[in-house]
Ligand binder design. Structure first.
Ligand code: ADP
Ligand code: 5GP
Length: 194
């Protein structure tokens, strides 16, 4: 159980929770890496997923790659702060990972989809929700194709889901339009450090 009282006790400083969402290809991963490199005391919570690793991805670094069976067992045990079915796979954030860092005084960045972000808001209303938007859907498709990480069918799933994600952006505390990368990075840095 998250220690709500500890967070409001000014003598017991604990970290803040930031949630980054947005359509696949918007630049969340790019912004996240910059923020982690630039902001001391900010850590990333590695999610669990049932999807297969992409070439170059390492278990425990990009994700914890787990089986559907393991994922279901952890849901039943109540181990996820949030979880969702995204692009044909399950993704989730372990509660213990986040609470350990917050209680140690570090701020935590989650990069999760909109369904997960809204679950986090329910459970931890003090979390700061940041949506990464793109200048246009055409630019989103260009970026996704330029990344060369998805098959054509996986890319189509991501583009279809992008429209659903974009429809929920007004639920967020902040919207960053990732047009010029340096400016978007600076906006995120300000939100996290303000
Ligand atoms: P996401 O994590 O949201 O799926 P990525 O961070 O992987 O998105 O970015 C998708 C692609 O777009 C990558 O190839 C990345 O280098 C590129 N990209 C990110 N930000 C910008 C930007 N501001 N302008 C142009 N290309 C960008
Ligand atoms: P990818 O497979 O491209 O790495 O990620 C696909 C989508 O899953 C992205 O929108 C990403 O934000 C989301 N995602 C990654 N980890 C989590 C998580 O722990 N929970 C939820 N709800 N979504 C996640």
């Amino acid at each position: 159980m998250y220690r709500e009282n500890a967070r409001t006790d000014s003598e017991h400083r604990v970290g803040k929770l930031f949630v980054l969402s947005g359509p696949s290809g918007a630049g969340k991963g790019t912004l996240r890496e910059r923020a982690l490199a630039d902001i001391p005391g900010l850590v990333y919570s590695v999610s669990c997923t049932t999807r297969q690793p992409r070439p170059g991805e390492i278990d425990g670094r990009e994700y914890r790659f787990i089986t559907h069976e393991q994922f279901r067992a952890w849901i039943a045990e109540g181990r996820f702060l949030e979880y969702a079915h995204v692009h044909d796979d399950m993704y989730g954030t372990l509660k213990a990972d986040v609470l350990r860092e917050l209680d140690a005084g570090r701020s935590v960045l989650l990069e999760i989809d909109v369904q997960g972000a809204l679950q986090v808001r329910e459970k931890m209303p003090e979390a700061v929700l940041v949506f990464v938007d793109v200048p246009s859907v055409e630019e989103l498709e260009r970026r996704l194709r330029g990344r060369h990480t998805e098959s054509e069918s996986a890319l189509q799933v991501r583009l279809a889901n992008a429209l659903k994600e974009l429809a929920l952006k007004d639920e967020y505390d902040h919207i960053i339009v990732n047009d010029e990368l340096a400016s978007a990075c600076e906006q995120l840095r300000r939100i996290i450090t303000q």
